[in-house]
Design a protein around this ligand. Sequence first.
Ligand code: NAD
Length: 296
Amino acid sequence: MTTIAFIGLGNMGTPMAQRLLAAGHTVRGFDLSEQARTRLTEAGGISCASPAEAVAGAGVVILMLPNSDIVESVISSPEVNAELAANTLVIDMSSSEPLRSRALEQRLRKNGIRFVDAPVSGGVKGAENGTLTVMAGGIDENLAEAATILECLGTVRRAGQVGAGHAAKALNNLMSATHLLVSSEAILAGQSFGVDPELLLQIVNGSSGKSGSTENKWPNFILTGTYNSGFALKLMLKDMKIAVDLADQVHAASRLSHAAVQLWEEAAAELPDNADHTEIARWVAATSQEPAASQR
Ligand code: NAD
């Protein structure tokens, strides 16, 4: 069993840390939120007063933070560097930027620290149930070691070298967000024509238009009116931008992707800062044009 420093105990990090504890690991956690630290103590973890205190004595450091800026500010701070033991394995499970992860790995390697990127898909439910898909990038030896720890969180899938996990995650979310957007438009059009949304979803889920949006997000978070998937709209937009930046950097065609980003950006500008990403469906409905009198 391993002593793990876990930094970032939010919607995803809390249930993930709880599963690591249940698997018998020692978890030394830190989050800016006191509530989050208390939740860790209640689950049997050790709450630390700073990231540096959390990493002291840990063989593995897991990061589950909002973005690359925060990941770098935490792991590259002089205080944390002073406490990271040589050969520590840093696993960035946040949805970070692939090229920045490569650069971070090189900087850490100079100090004898190992790095794997291992972002996840599967949402808060997947984190609670240990059914996440973990998309891992790194060298074989480090991935094998990471997999022995991460298997209690879900299925570990190798994506390639360092940064490949973060690339796979961003591209997955670009597809997921685009499906959610187009399904919002399609279901709205159906409803305006008189097709009941629940019936349309049943039909689509037995047909070729189905997706994670039609099978999970629509029935569980949109039709219920709860809009509480636990994944923020601004985090989804961050992932989409990472994906289209990547596409641009490798000169891959991305016109539809850019159009989708533009619409999600408009939604983010108009919705509250903490809006759940499933709110995109309500936003699409709210932006509908009233039909012209001649079309009524
Ligand atoms: P969240 O906002 O709920 O949690 C992030 C946590 O990081 C918060 O508790 C915050 O207090 C903490 N934090 C921020 N800055 C910090 C710092 N400097 N030091 C310590 N703690 C700090 O976000 P989340 O939904 O848990 O997502 C975390 C990551 O996982 C993101 O990169 C996100 O894109 C990704 N992700 C989320 C989901 C989901 O369904 N929520 C699914 C897959 C991947």
